[in-house]
Each structure stands twice: as C-alpha cells, then as structure tokens.
Design a protein around this ligand. Sequence first.
Ligand SMILES: [Zn+2]
Length: 307
Amino acid sequence: MYPRSDLSKLSYVRNRVALPIAILGALLLPLGFQTSAQSKGPSALPPNRVGHVLVISQTKGFQHDSVPDAMAAIYDMGHSTRLWETTMRTDTELLTKTDTREMNRKSLNYFDVVVFGSTTGELDLTDAQKADLLSFVKEDGKGFVGIHAALDTNYKWPEYGEMIGGYFDQHPWFTFNAPIILEDPSFPAVRHFPKAFVKRDEIYQPKAWSRDKVNVLLRLDESKLDYNNPRVHRTDRDFAVAWSKMYGNGRVFYSTLGHTKEAWDDPDIRTMYFEAIKWTMGMTEGSTASHPKTGGVASSGTPSTTR
Ligand SMILES: [Zn+2]
C-alpha cells in the first residue's frame, strides 16, 4: 500500500542541501519530482532520520469512536514504510516549544507534523501553547493535518480557524453515501481518486470558510444533494471535502473524511492521509492555489460510483 520507493524520495528531500547527494537523488527520480522539489516549501528534514509525527486527539466535545482507528492508521502508515515515527496523545502537553529533558518529555521542536485526529471543542491550551503551535507551522514551516472533527475545534481561537481554513457548521446529511467530485487530480493526496465517486461518511459543512483561501481538492457534488434540510446554511452550495493551503511557511491539509471506524479500513482514505502527511513534510509537491469549482457533471460526464 505504501511503496518502498518513497524512501528514495525521502532521503532525496532531506539531503537536498547536500549537492552531491542531491544530484544522485535527481538521477534516480522522475523529472517531475526533481523539478517540483526545488520549489518553495517546508525546509528539509535533517538527513538520516525518519519523520516525527505527533497525533493529538483530545476531545472536549463529541468523542468519535474512530479516534483509535485514525491513530492506529497513522502509526501503521509511518511504521510500515519507515517514513515516520508516531507519538499519539490525548492531551496537549507536547504542544509547546519549551524544551525540557524531564522524564523524556518531547516538545514541538522534535516534531515535523502535528495531526489533529478528530479533536473537538476548546482544547487545553495556554496562550503560550497556542502561539507555539501557530509558530510551528507559520514560522518553522512544519506541517499540520486536520482529520474530520479537527474542524470542530478551538472556536474561541480565531487564528486556529485561520490556520485550518474554517470551522464546523453542522453535518446536514449525517453519515450518508456522499457524492464527491475530484477537483485537483494533480495533488498527491487525492490523485488516486476517480473524477467522481461515492464514499459513505459524515461530511461537514464548513463556516468561516472560502474556497478563495484554500485549494479545494475534493467537494460534494452539489447537483446530488438534498437541500430540503434546515441544517444546510451555505447558500453557495460549496461543500469542500478536502483542501490544502499554506499557513505562513507551513503546509496545511484538512479533510472531513474519517468519521466512521470503517473509513480507516478504506485503502482510499488511508492513502489520502498517508500522502497528506508526506506532503506536509515536504516529501512531495502539490498546489495550494485557490481556483473556481472544477469537475462535476458538466465536465466529466456521468459520475461513476466506483470505489
Ligand atoms: Zn463525525
């Protein structure tokens, strides 16, 4: 599921400041990656070490049954490919840049990516911790991945909403067979999806969200939704399912997919988050440029319901 060839890309990215190794890496890699790896993105990881991923799943509101499944999936992705080591926490103690060697406690300085795995509500964070997490992405150029209820989190912290791209505003159709359109087939985390497909999941309606501020990767097919529903608030009928964006120097990925336990057994969903974490670590390249709606019935014919 996770090709070993990723290892050569990783070592290439991490060593790209070392010219001889970079040249060797370039010879081993497809032209597309070689070119795009030169573009602006997160700073390269130090050579000869795997990535460090911190999964936070503190829940101060709704507690998803799928939290352990999401945590285990992310651990397994990194472990089976040797691309990253995963630290999993349901508290927020490590979300700080204050280093201490006491009791082997790690800090944000150790990690390359923070994943919020269906966190909910107002997390236990001091103002200093909030500033450190924002700086981790914005100034340090490290990664942030939001899974499902990460959007249902930190409403009283506007900069968090700005970083992730918005906030949860109901799930008008609860868990349903969601008709989804692929908008950016070039992006590594979604390129494995067909142009149109159906996934059984709980799709959030975002608020304080605009496609002008993100690169929409997946969205609901607005031509196939039930609007006879008081929970539908978006008058533009623009329901993003996944997006990428920059926050300062760092890369941010969010998807509403992953509500159910079953989602984490779905190879498509696992591949999406696997590639998303790789992208936020700078191992692959993908756009964060906003764009008008693309795809859908008009341009792709009859959407398939495969996968
Ligand atoms: Zn949910």
